[in-house]
Design a protein around this ligand. Structure first.
Ligand SMILES: Cc1ncc(COP(=O)(O)O)c(C=O)c1O
Length: 414
């Protein structure tokens, strides 16, 4: 397939953090939808859902407006609400916790494993066995397949079934990620994906819920469309659509447009190629950074396939990853944090975009204030927030561009 990403004018000299892969097929797909006149949750959305569920290996795939709405719907359909607790990793994008707030439940942060940046199952067990009596009760865990690496779903599921919790996976970054052959999102009650432009395939904004559960799928299908018992497309096919359906649930408008659906179809045709290109680029960084002792490259446990939504490193100038919170010299971490930030600013000035991996959500104003949280409450999440460093990664990044990134990075570090 010939793909010819047309760079933004500026990007001739810049190396951006991410770049979507579009070709004539996306342009044609969009025109086809405009000419068809069917713009919302129609045949293109259906086609995208079908391709996606086959790729992932799930019984249902339901397209929505974003991963945030996907997660919100999955929680709502699982009956999560006021009085419930939902366990979320402390290092993730804020949306993972926000969706819990939307339902009226309480997010409970759990620290991460700094090797994988995913939820630390020993900390989940500790929390569940030591939690004080409270008015809220644990109902659900949201493991996150962060940056394209699955969480340890086997352990998460074991804990969840022991404590009667449901598991909803935040697989926003999980496209192309597998664990012992299972695609991200398929080892939970529901898995939620994002098609934001920083993800491997994009529809601008967009999301998908995958599940094997008939009842959950039916509920989400209704909730994404104001609670309607039938989609507009189904009504149209049956009776020409004259009569409105029944609405017996309080739903939302989280419908995907057919413009996004058509983009999704065109992107799915390139999916294997895009993922292969990203994995090759990640392997090149591994090589180029092998001798750079201050930079810890992403760890991939045996049996896991990293999707490399991002290539996230840890800045650790003394070459060792702290394992236990109490051993951490926070003054030293603050100095390292300032160096990391300076390096990112310097590289940006040279036209190379780096980013902090993501944030420690318990340190963000809303959560910090509402739940009286301290930065060091979740030390590994806080370390990851302070020291993580995402390098530019996209399909089509050249070996030369990657060499430039690493050379300039080394210069700035020294
Ligand atoms: C881990 C995680 N969860 C949720 C989201 C939200 O996805 P969206 O922007 O599609 O709502 C993101 C977005 O980057 C994410 O990284």
């Amino acid at each position: 397939m010939s793909v010819n990403p047309r760079p933004h004018k500026e990007s001739f000299k810049r190396i951006p953090i991410a770049k979507p892969v579009f070709s004539a097929s996306e342009e044609e797909a969009l025109l086809e939808v405009l000419r068809s006149g069917w713009l919302v949750q129609g045949p293109k959305v259906n086609a995208f859902e079908k391709l996606f569920r086959h790729f992932i290996g799930a019984k249902y795939a339901l397209a929505v407006t974003s991963c945030t709405s996907a997660l919100h719907l999955a929680l709502a359909a699982a009956g999560i609400g006021p009085g419930d607790e939902v366990l979320v990793p402390a290092f993730t994008f804020i949306a993972t916790a926000n969706v819990v707030e939307y339902t009226g439940a309480r997010p409970v942060f759990i620290d991460i494993d700094l090797e994988t940046y995913t939820i630390d199952c020993t900390k989940i067990r500790k929390y569940l066995s030591e939690r004080p009596e409270a008015q809220t009760r644990p109902r659900c865990i949201i493991p996150v397949s962060l940056f394209g690496l699955c969480a340890d779903m086997e352990k998460v599921n074991k804990i969840a079934s022991k404590h009667g919790l449901s598991v909803i996976e935040d697989a926003a970054c999980g496209f192309g990620a597998r664990r012992h052959g299972h695609h991200a999102g398929t080892e939970a009650l529901a898995g939620c994906f994002s098609f934001h432009p920083r993800k491997a395939i994009t529809t601008g904004e967009g999301g998908m819920v995958v599940t094997n559960d008939d009842h959950l799928a039916k509920t989400i299908q209704a909730l994404r469309n104001h609670g309607a018992s039938k989609t507009d497309f189904e009504r149209h096919l049956e009776h020409g659509g004259s009569l409105l359906p029944e609405y017996d649930k309080l739903g939302y408008n989280y419908r995907m447009t057919d413009l996004q659906g058509a983009l999704g179809v065109a992107q799915m045709e390139k999916a294997e190629m895009i993922l292969k290109g990203r994995k090759q680029a990640a392997a090149r960084y591994d090589e180029l950074l092998a001798q750079v002792t201050e930079i810890k490259t992403p760890f991939v446990p045996g049996g896991y396939e990293h999707g490399f939504q991002s290539y996230v490193c840890l800045y650790q100038p003394d070459g060792e990853t702290p394992k236990v919170g109490r051993d951490i010299d926070w003054n030293k971490i603050n100095v390292w944090n300032r160096t990391r930030n300076r390096v990112m600013t310097q590289l940006e000035a040279m036209g190379i975009s780096l980013r902090q991996g993501t944030h420690a959500v318990h340190t963000l104003g809303y959560y910090k204030k509402k739940y009286a949280l301290q930065d060091h409450d979740y030390p590994m999440a806080y370390l990851a927030d302070r020291l993580s460093l995402a390098l530019p990664l996209y399909y089509g990044i050249t070996r030369q561009e990657q060499r430039t990134v690493v050379e300039k990075l080394k210069q700035c570090l020294s």
